[in-house]
Design a protein around this ligand. Sequence first.
Ligand code: HEC
Length: 131
Amino acid sequence: MSTMSKASLASFAMCCILGSASGAATGSAGLDRVAPTRVSKLGAADQAGALVRGRQVYDESCMVCHATGVANAPRPSDRPAWDARNKQGFDVLVRHAIDGFRSHPPKGGMPALSGDQVRDAVFYMSSGRAK
Ligand code: HEC
């Protein structure tokens, strides 16, 4: 923590307060219990669609933390970070993104997102094709 700048700490605190406040409105029962489609098994056209949709979700809901690496949020461009996390398997990443994982809030603090939208965003972020 001491290595974090005050600015990134402040923005982290802000987005987590917002995240838990909006999450509390629906409660965890509101979370989708999706069994995410394995994107690796999607055809090329479906994968291209998932990347386009995922990028939009990422830009709107995820980059606030992930673009700057707030609280060690993996940046989409950080290949070593994603290589390590991808070893868990894509479905585990999606499960964590939906349910919450350490400092990552459920659905990134956006309970209105569907499970498929979160899955597409995870695909975009973990694909190596994001900037
Ligand atoms: C409030 C800040 C914040 C927001 C917003 C946020 N994340 Fe995260 N995310 C984090 C942090 C911090 C981590 C690293 C958690 C750790 O490993 O300690 C993380 C980790 C992850 C991981 C890796 C999980 C794993 O198993 O290693 C995925 C996937 C992820 N986020 C997806 C998303 C998606 C998709 C969105 C948008 C819908 C999003 N995040 C929005 C903070 C955020």
